[in-house]
Design a protein around this ligand. Structure first.
Ligand SMILES: Cc1cc2nc3c(=O)[nH]c(=O)nc-3n(C[C@H](O)[C@H](O)[C@H](O)COP(=O)(O)OP(=O)(O)OC[C@H]3O[C@@H](n4cnc5c(N)ncnc54)[C@H](O)[C@@H]3O)c2cc1C
Length: 443
């Protein structure tokens, strides 16, 4: 088998053909490469992964990266199955997510009945773990440091690299992120808008407060100009994602470190004066719940950790936007991950949706292949598109709704946002649905 694969790859190099070409080796591209290459029914198929960035060193830096992701149990299970999780050298488990209101003490606590709620992993660390695994696979070829310049959407799609070399394939997978060249070459309609917000990230030294000395709670507070979130990295370090207006983000990047820390601590502590409606509604909801015999769920007394320092040079900001491709497929080409859909990071779902796409693609392609169909069979690809969109669109709509309610300047929406934390925390069924469906745990 080994010699057969070497021969096949040598011949594919000369004829510049690979069964699968994957454009973009970020979190999604590398993982889809590994998933397909490891599928027993594709063991005689070749996979070529093309990534614009040069190969990274795999030594683990002492300081944490400022780009991290909250990975759901579903996504972690995918990495376990692929034999990749054991290569991840640093991660932190989250036991609880606590969402705080800004107009009252209303809060929503989400846990997973004693199980892990999410895994916080540095993006670089996870990508490196996948590359390490890919390098052990004989049917995978990795091309680093080459930009895809052009794509011809033919029966056998052709990828032209910036050095003029080209490759053909049976199935082209576009995992080249938000500004996907593959998507543009497909000419599909893409619905998108900017939130006119930036996500300010930083690596923080924190002093855990109250009972949570192991810093295992992820915190989120919905401020009027966007949510601020602290994701635990270790007992005394957390990662910040602070979504805010472009102007405020610029300011947060440029002010001295101590002022940044003060601004962050005060945004985590501050309560804004509620509008009259919120006050009245809160009292009304309390009365109603009492009359229905519904006792508000007890919120533990934990408070967010105090930020004591930030890692030098870890402050950065990323533009935030929404995007959804009306079609994810055309003959012999599919889009996956951020190339197909982009969401606000407020629910930590972006990359998790992409990992779910991968498992759907794997299922659809293996079913089709086992039933004697070609790899790029359009009916199989359409099935992939439908199943992915059935999964992605409701989550994207929910995230959009949360974003619009919590950033609204319309007082009734501010009231709705505040009250819904209390209601969701009290009504078990609602809370279970949010737990299962919306935040981190989706499977
Ligand atoms: C501040 C912030 C916080 C976030 N937090 C979370 C979180 O907690 N949980 C979560 O699930 N999601 C989170 N996300 C979303 C998550 O980061 C993205 O969904 C994820 O990175 C998308 O992965 P991807 O591989 O699809 O795309 P990308 O990460 O964009 O990777 C695309 C790759 O393609 C390569 N590429 C692009 N064009 C070319 C070309 N022409 N030729 C060759 N290569 C090319 C790029 O170099 C890149 O490596 C967050 C996003 C932001 C901005």
């Amino acid at each position: 088998m080994f010699f057969h694969l070497i021969k096949r790859f040598n011949s594919s190099t000369s004829s510049s053909f690979s069964d699968f070409i994957i454009c973009g080796g970020g979190l999604i591209g590398t993982t889809v490469a590994s998933t397909l290459a490891k599928q027993p029914c594709f063991s005689d198929k070749t996979v070529t992964l093309i990534e614009a960035n040069p190969e990274q060193t795999s030594t683990l830096p002492q300081t944490y990266s400022n780009r991290v992701s909250a990975i759901s149990s579903f996504s972690k299970n995918l990495f376990e199955r692929l034999g990749i999780w054991k290569r991840v050298r640093r991660f932190k488990t989250v036991d609880k997510l606590k969402i705080l209101g800004v107009y009252s003490d209303n809060a929503l606590e989400l846990d997973n009945k004693g199980d892990v709620v999410a895994y916080i992993v540095e993006n670089n660390e996870l990508v490196q773990a996948v590359y390490e695994e890919l390098r052990t696979l004989n049917n995978v070829k990795i091309i680093h440091g080459k930009n895809i310049a052009n794509i011809n959407c033919l029966n056998s799609p052709k990828v032209i690299l910036e050095d003029g070399s080209s490759l053909n394939c049976q199935l082209l997978i576009g995992s080249d992120g938000t500004n996907s060249k593959v998507r543009k070459a497909m000419g599909v309609e893409y619905l998108s808008w900017s939130y006119e917000q930036m996500g300010v990230v930083a690596t923080l030294n924190v002093v855990p407060s109250g009972l949570n000395l192991v810093n295992s709670v992820a915190w989120q507070k919905f401020l009027p100009d966007g949510p601020v979130a602290l994701l635990p990295l270790s007992n005394d370090m957390s990662s910040l994602v602070w979504s805010t207006t472009k102007e405020k983000a610029q300011n947060l990047l440029s002010i001295p470190k101590d002022n940044f820390i003060d601004a962050l601590n005060s945004s985590l502590e501050t309560k804004l004066k509620p509008n009259q409606l919120t006050d009245v509604a809160n009292k009304g909801v309390d009365k109603l719940m009492k009359s229905l015999g519904l006792m508000p769920s007890l919120i533990t007394s934990e408070i967010p950790p105090i930020v004591s320092d930030i890692v030098e040079g870890s402050r950065a900001a990323f533009p935030l936007g929404f995007g959804h491709s009306v079609h994810y497929v055309c003959p012999n080409i599919v889009l996956i991950g951020d190339a197909a859909h982009r969401v606000h990071p407020l629910a930590g779902q972006g990359v998790n949706l992409g990992f779910k796409d991968i498992t759907i693609l794997e299922q659809v392609l293996t079913d089709g292949y086992k039933n004697g169909r070609d790899l790029g069979d359009i009916n199989d690809l359409r099935k992939y598109e439908t199943l992915c969109q059935q999964n992605n669109v409701p989550v994207m709509a929910f995230i959009e709704l949360i974003h619009r309610v919590y950033t609204s300047e319309f007082p009734p929406f501010q009231t709705l946002g505040d009250i819904s934390l209390k209601l969701a925390n009290t009504i078990g069924l609602f809370k279970d649905q949010i737990n299962k469906g919306a935040l981190f745990l989706r499977s």
